[in-house]
Ligand binder design. Sequence first.
Ligand code: BTN
Length: 281
Amino acid sequence: MNLTHRTPGHITSEPPWANTQSMLEKEVRQRQIFPGLSVRAYESIESTNDICTAMAQQGSRGPLVVMANHQSAGRGRQGNHWESPAGCNLLLSLLLEIPNGGHDLLSLAVSLATAEAIERTAPTLPVECRVKWPNDILLSGCKVAGILIEKPASNVAGVAVIGIGVNVNQQSFPPELAHDAVSLATVCGGAVSRLTLATELLVALQQWLSPSLVKDTIIAQWKARCDMLGRRVSLESAGSTIHGMVEDIDPFNGLVVREDNGVLRMCHAALSRMVRCEPAT
Ligand code: BTN
């Protein structure tokens, strides 16, 4: 595949997939992204997260980035499948050493990096990227990217697998997703280079995961991109159903929801599923 497209004032092109690994290796070296980063790009594999997990279990501590043109068993949060037609979307995982890597702050930082990378790659985007707790990336209220962060196993301490799927050049979605999902190409009106997006994503991840970054900066920036504060939500969390208003987001305790009976509930991302988030009034 060799896409060359013109969008207003902006040309994007994508090299053949077979060249992706060598071209991304060149970019990361030239731009000094994650020093020592290994790059692997597969034509088709089960899941990029699974490759990173297997590498961690064999002793690798990264940094390693794995991309695929197609996944036969892509995974989403909470046991969902992540379906993506071959050859059009970004399917990327990063294996990285992250001290204390499990808490929600990592998830917020990855969401911010993804939103920023999308905006840098597609400057003709007519709308800002927004974030939805715990880590969906939205354009005009529709999901453009999802994030699945996993810890390989209890015996592999201090590393995380950060899996990111971005709908890049997908032209249409199955009927059950058609109202909730969107791709960069359909919003921008032209194809977007996955290589450019992958490069920008790694640049942004390096910035947002920097140990020197102040925790409060991540929280403030995440809140600035989030439309959920003050909105009415319904969640299933730790075995119960919760209805109330989103009062805050806490990087360690998750979504802070004031229930209708006045009780304040902390909804951890790993234990919660958003059932409904009502539009802002
Ligand atoms: C979600 O929104 O449910 C998270 C989706 C994460 C999908 C990405 S695609 C690359 C990586 N490999 C996977 O199997 N999943 C993640």
